[in-house]
Write a protein that binds this ligand. Structure first.
Ligand code: ADP
Length: 277
């Protein structure tokens, strides 16, 4: 899935980036869904080993414009995964207590512990996205944050956290369709927030802010992937594929069993034991 990996040299211009691309999978939607089901199974067993081994920590960051599919990825990619070892942390407008601290305070408390996968639904990147676009702090404040973020993530990586960051990229046309759906479909109306319309008016500024994020903070220890997200099935498939590839690279193993484990089988039956004695 290297094509969607961002490096400092290949940051895409998002206005030219085809959000409906499906070119890295040969089949169509039907085959894509079948492939995703296979990846779900793989992810399920990888997560089981991660949990049992209790060594690695995995942090997945999801960022997108409204309706970009963060919730869809969480639902579809992690289908079947044991909820015991996976946690979702959602970052909304900071509370008063959170505002009283530095912007990474609320983030750091949510990073994964050993054996855990944590999915960030929005993240510290909001502090150089919405905060920048809406001028919530002066430029000289948010501009320093790219450096903080790289150093923070470097520290996490040095301490054994595997970090994978996904920008789910939808087109403004697709967002219009999805918002319309939220307005007209009674089952989706609860998701509609009139605030999403005003965010939409800042599309270009958001794209510039995202380009800076991708360019300045995609590092070998915490890479960004920009995923075309107009087609849900393709978006889910690409994210699942990257996760499986990266988790397989960790070469995780179940912990060694206690010594002479076989002998314990005979102790399961108390009658057999007393007969022996
Ligand atoms: P979501 O859109 O993720 O499903 P919400 O509709 O509750 O969830 O939106 C969360 C809102 O919180 C978004 O508008 C987002 O920009 C905002 N937000 C998140 N982090 C910050 C932050 N650090 N400062 C200001 N606003 C933030």
């Amino acid at each position: 899935m290297e094509p969607y990996l961002i490096t400092a040299k290949n940051t895409p211009r998002l206005m030219d980036f085809d959000a409906s691309d499906t070119s890295h999978f040969e089949g169509g939607k039907k085959d894509g869904l079948a492939e995703l089901a296979k990846l779900n199974k793989k992810l399920e067993s990888l997560q089981e080993i991660l949990y049992a081994e209790h060594q690695h920590r995995v942090l997945i960051v999801l960022q997108a414009m409204d309706t970009g599919g963060k919730d869809g990825v969480i639902r579809s990619v992690f289908e079947g995964v044991n909820p015991q070892g996976v946690r979702v942390a959602s970052f909304k407008v900071p509370s008063t207590e959170e505002m009283d601290h530095d912007y990474l305070w609320r983030i750091h408390r949510q990073v994964p512990g050993k054996g855990e996968i944590v999915i960030f639904n929005r993240s510290h990147y909001e502090d150089v996205l919405v905060v920048r676009v809406h001028k919530l702090v002066p430029a000289k404040v948010w501009k320093k944050r790219y450096r903080h973020i790289c150093e923070f993530e470097r520290m996490l990586a040095d301490e054994g956290v595997t970090i994978l960051k996904f920008f789910l990229h939808i087109s403004p046309e697709e967002q219009k369709e999805r918002l319309l759906d939220r307005i007209t479909d009674p089952a989706k109306q609860w998701k509609f927030n009139p605030g999403d319309l005003s965010e939409r008016n800042h599309w270009k500024e958001y794209m510039h802010a995202y380009e800076d994020v991708l360019q300045k903070t995609s590092k070998p220890w915490a890479p960004w992937y920009a995923i075309p997200a107009d087609r849900n099935w393709y978006r889910n498939l690409m994210v699942a594929q990257i996760l499986v590839n990266e988790l397989e690279k960790l070469r995780m193993r179940y912990p060694q069993p206690v010594e002479g484990i076989e002998q314990y089988a005979s102790q399961l039956d108390p009658n057999a034991q007393s007969a022996q004695a």
